[in-house]
Every structure is written in C-alpha cells, then in structure tokens.
Design a protein around this ligand. Structure first.
Ligand code: MG
Length: 455
C-alpha cells in the first residue's frame, strides 16, 4: 500500500505520524463544511455527526476535524466510538447535513482516515467528492470563515437506535428461541459494544474476544482467513454455533462455522440474501467483483451489477428498490437500516436463517453451489493498463462484456473482472469458476496478456 496521503472518493486516508496531521484533518473538516454550506443545505440543518473507530489517533483527528467544521460555522455532534453504519444511521436520524467517520476501516493499525457521508447517510458521489477535494487542495475557505462558529454537542444514543433498526426487520423471538452460542471477534475495534448488546437482545450466549475498543488490534484487522485463527479456535473450544468477525469500523462481517472453519467472506452476503429473498422476493444489487453465488440465490435477471464502491451499490439499491445488496467482502446493505454496509444487519439475517431452516452454518453453506475464486494484482501504469484491457477484449471475445468499471467478462463456466485501482498504479484481476483450474486459467491468461503488453 502506498504511504502517501490519499484523497480518494471516500475521504482522506494516511498515517497520522507521517502525513495525516492535525493540520490536514482540520483543513479537510473545513473543506467539508464549506462544501455543505455552498451546496445550499437549508438553514438550521448545517450540523455534522462525527464518530470514530477505536484507533489511538482517533481523538486527535476528531478534535482537528471538529475544529475545521466549527470554524466555518458548522455545528458538530460527537457520537464517540461507534461503527461506520452507526454514523450513517445517526446522520439521518438527527437530520444532519453530513457525517464524518474517523476510521481507516480494515487497513493496518498505523493508518487512519476521514470518511465523509452526506445527509442521506451515503458517501458523496464522485462529483461531490471531487468538489470537496478541490476546496481542500485550493484552500477555498475564506468566504465562510466570517460566518460565525459552530458549536459542539454529544450524543450517545447510536447503539440503541442502531439496534432498534435491526430488531425492526428481523424476528427476535424466533432467534431467541434457539439460544445460539456465538463467539464474537471485534478486533478491539468499534463494533464490540453494540454487537454484544444486539446479540444479547437476540437471546444468544455470547463469548466475546477482542471486544475492548482500545485500538490495539489483536490481529491484522482485515477479517480474512489468515487473521482469524483465534476465532476459529474459540468456536471449536466452546462448541459454539457460529463465529462472527467484524472489521475495526464494523461494516464488514466474516463468518466461522460450527466446526471452527472460516467459510469465506463471500458467504456473508450470500446467506443474508438467502434469508431476505425468501421472505421478500425482489432485486439485489452488488458489485462486479462479487461471487456468482448471489445470481444462483436470487435467480435469473434479479441481480444488478455495479462498479466497485459501496456508494455505487447503495445508489443502485435505492434506484431499483432492491430488497438486499452489498459486496462480497462481507458487506451487507439493507437500506431500511441505512445505505451502508452493516455487520449488525448481517448477523441478524444469518442468525434468522439458521433459526428458520434449523440448519448449521456448514449445512447452509453446503446448500449453496460453490465456486472457486482466484485474485491477483500487479503494477501497471495508465496507458499500458488501458492497452491491456483492450487486448483482453480481443482474447476473451466469446464472453459477455460489461465495461462499467474496468472490464468484466462473463463466460458460461465463470467470469473474470479486470479493474484498475483508483489510488495506485495497480491492476486487480478476479476470476471465479465452478472448477478451480478454470478460474486459475483465466488469471494465467491475464498474466500472459500483461507480459505481452508490457513487452
Ligand atoms: Mg470497514
């Protein structure tokens, strides 16, 4: 990963000790405030909710962003340590003009970031993100500095409101009747407190590990197989029904089955969708890099594929009245809760499916057609990357092609998605097929095309 300060579509990301300084954070807060004011949010609604994950640089960045916002006349509501979906929910709940989450999500512990949300609870679309970046880089603050200062208040109702929303769309009683034993690994991030409360409401016996929001991550924070050995062990040792792993800002959820086996993040959305669609048939939105399992579950023509990025999925869900959506990285979105990925909603749906089907996680997984996914990434500069995508189009000319984000090739036996990173000179290749060799074969072909293009 680059160690530069990255000003991306979802906000600012860097290393507080090196480049994500108090000055940078204050200016970014100010730029967001100016953006909200110039976009004409109605008078009296220029307030912003701010929450943070548990990283130790969080208090410094929160204070700096708060100063920046207040200095251009925006009032700030401090939510304390809460999840990313928690901030999104509160932004709408409190009728704020925007939200800020101080988090670097699943990135390594030395990173932090400032993620922005609009009043809708969603990340800004590309145009808005570009405008905020422009204000930030050009110091376009002057005209608003004279408009008076915003105040600061606190609100600690995020957990209860979030839980109420989740309980509003699942059947608490039928889950509680099962008395599930759950091991929860919150990586000492922001999600432990609220998840424990939700699981208690659902009548679960909870064994919580790494549930203190110290910001000292107990393992590498991304909820991947190689980082969840402790959770797998605890599930086995305690004879639990399921293990849940959250990332530090608790928007993603990974699952461990009753045998202590990590089932892969792609299954979180698959299982959640299986439950939701059986109750409320309808459409699903997900990105181009997500497993074909969702197509099998939702049925032909029911899946809307979008460019990668949470906001693209959320927008497609709202536009097409989707009943469920999300990403293959363990991100489940139900817009009735909020237009963001939510590990709590995901937990609720998975437990509900277990309760209704009276099946274990491994049995539920066995009931979904399995695929093999292979991922690869490599460095390639702009022009060559474009050339490579063209060349791939010629090689895979028998495939159905989607060019809405890089290129996705759909074959009868699988698919391949080639996509350039927005922030680094990197190409990502993801392939999936029923047969592992087939998926590997797509990737091998991509590497051959790369070698040819790069000479
Ligand atoms: Mg996250």
């Amino acid at each position: 990963m680059s160690r530069e300060l990255i000003i991306g579509i979802s906000g600012l990301r860097g290393i507080p000790a090196e480049n994500l300084t108090a000055k940078a954070a204050e200016d970014y807060g100010r730029a967001f405030g100016v953006f909200l004011k110039e976009s004409g949010v109605r008078e009296g609604r220029v307030g912003v909710c701010i929450g943070r994950d548990s990283r130790t640089s969080g208090p410094m960045l929160r204070s700096a962003v708060t100063s920046g916002l207040c200095s251009v006349g925006v009032s700030v509501v401090d939510l304390g340590i809460v999840s990313t979906p928690g901030v999104s929910i509160m932004t709408k709940e409190l009728d704020c003009a925007g939200g800020v989450v101080i988090t670097a999500s699943h990135n390594p512990i030395e990173y932090n970031g400032i993620k922005l949300l609009l009043g809708s609870g969603m990340a800004p679309p590309r145009e808005a993100a570009e405008r905020i970046k422009q204000i930030y880089l050009n110091d376009e603050f002057d005209s608003f500095q004279k408009s008076g200062q915003g105040g600061r208040s606190k609100n600690d109702h995020t957990d209860e409101i979030h839980i109420k929303k989740v309980l509003g769309i699942i059947d608490r009683v039928s889950i509680a009747r099962c008395g599930f034993k759950v091991v929860l690994d919150s990586v000492n991030g922001a999600g432990g407190r609220v998840a424990k409360k939700l699981l208690a409401e659902l009548g679960c016996e909870v064994i919580a590990i790494n549930d203190k929001p110290t910001g000292i991550f107990a393992h590498e924070p991304e909820p991947l197989r190689q980082n969840l050995g402790q959770l797998c062990e605890e599930v086995k040792k305690n004879g639990a029904d399921v293990g849940f792993a959250q990332d530090p800002d608790a928007d993603r959820l990974a699952i461990v089955d009753e045998n202590g086996s990590y089932i892969g993040e792609e299954y979180t959305l698959a299982l959640a969708a299986k439950y939701v669609l059986s109750e409320r048939p309808g459409r699903v939105a997900t990105n181009l890099s997500t497993s074909r399992m969702i197509d099998d579950i939702a049925g032909p023509g029911s899946v809307i594929r979008t460019a990668v990025g949470e906001v693209n999925v959320a927008e497609a869900m709202l536009k097409n009245d989707c009943v469920i959506g999300g990403e293959g990285n363990g991100g489940v979105i139900d817009v009735r809760i909020g237009p963001v990925r939510d590990s709590l909603a995901a937990m609720g749906f998975v437990l509900q499916l277990m309760a209704r089907e009276r099946l274990s996680i491994s049995e539920l997984v066995a009931g979904i057609p399995a695929y093999h996914m292979v991922k690869e990434k490599f460095t390639i500069e702009g022009d060559l990357a474009e050339k490579m995508l063209d060349e791939a189009g010629k090689v895979f000319s028998d495939a159905r092609v989607d060019r809405s984000d890089g290129v996705r090739f759909d074959f009868s036996e699988g698919w391949l998605h080639l996509r350039r990173s927005n922030t680094e000179p990197i190409m990502r290749a993801i392939a999936e097929a029923e047969i592992a060799d087939k998926a590997r074969g797509y990737i091998d072909m991509v590497l051959k095309i790369r070698d040819k293009v790069m000479g």
